[in-house]
Design a protein around this ligand. Structure first.
Ligand code: ADP
Length: 263
């Protein structure tokens, strides 16, 4: 039965003996799938009414004859609407990353132009000019899905901008190593206390919710990064030191690394 899911647990006894326990996890798997479908459907359904609300709020905010007392509540409503929009978009992005991988969609993605474009884009949305440095050879490509790689690296670069002061330097380094390829986004910002590091990629986990709510994140960014990477057989390593800075490194295995002729 192709819908059946079994989980095997193998225990070794001595040289030649094994105890194999098979567990039927079909109903657990179905439940997981229902949860994923539910989140995907709800997020999609929320997007349309939110867009309508956002539109009307903009019209009200732009009206010249609106009462003075509306100013503050309107601004608050617009801010909360944008927050909800971000949340819904991140939830949709996550549910897309939970669908099955289609190897046919994996193509060579040139790394230098991708990182360069992401840096340019984040530069233009950052409120202040930022010091961003890119070190990447122009003949490297990753076998993968461009949109997913873009959301992984994009989230790391945006975080580095969001969580560091304007005077910090953000460095993006792509380098080959003996296992394949590393893409690192490093900053010399405030860093993260070691006790938070193991939980950072959990959904909705934020280091300091009250302080961070001002930055407008959803707590889903690093969960998106982790999912997008695992679809490329890659993993995320986080190291950080308080008052020194943070480094987020994506490790891609050799079979994902391609050599290309730069255009
Ligand atoms: P968010 O949507 O809140 O940005 P993320 O999952 O992207 O969620 O990040 C989780 C938390 O990790 C953030 O709330 C922030 O506290 C912390 N964080 C992420 N990147 C950095 C960084 N470069 N420097 C300091 N803290 C960071």
């Amino acid at each position: 039965n192709k819908d059946q899911r079994l989980q095997f647990q193998v225990t070794r006894y001595g040289q030649n003996e094994r105890l194999v326990v098979a567990r039927d996890i079909t109903s657990l798997h179905k439940l997981g799938q229902m949860r994923k479908d539910f989140v995907a459907n709800v997020s999609h359904e929320l997007r349309t009414p939110l867009t309508v609300l956002k539109g009307y709020l903009e019209t009200l905010a732009d009206a010249d004859d609106k009462p003075e007392a509306w100013q503050k509540p309107l601004a608050q409503m617009q801010q909360q609407c944008s927050r909800m929009h971000m949340l819904v978009n991140d939830l949709i992005a996550l549910s897309v990353l939970e669908t099955e991988v289609n190897p046919e969609r994996h193509q060579p993605v040139a790394l230098y132009p991708l990182l360069n474009r992401l840096i340019d884009e984040t530069h233009s949305v950052a409120k202040q000019p930022r010091n961003l440095v890119l070190n990447c050879a122009d003949d490297i490509a990753i076998l993968g899905v461009e949109k997913e790689l873009q959301s992984a690296f994009g989230n790391l670069i945006t975080n580095a901008i969001k969580y560091t002061p304007n005077t910090s330097t953000i460095t993006v380094n792509a380098r080959k190593d003996q296992y394949g390829l590393q893409v690192e986004v490093a900053d010399n910002g405030p860093g993260i206390d070691a006790k938070h590091l193991p939980r950072l990629t959990e959904r909705f986990y934020r280091v300091d919710d009250s302080r961070n709510s001002a930055t407008g994140g959803t707590g889903l960014g690093l969960a998106i990064v982790k999912h997008a990477l695992s679809r490329h057989d890659a993993r995320l390593d986080i190291s950080s030191q308080v008052a020194k800075g943070s480094s987020f490194t994506c490790h891609f295995p050799k079979q994902r690394l391609l050599q290309i002729t730069p255009q």
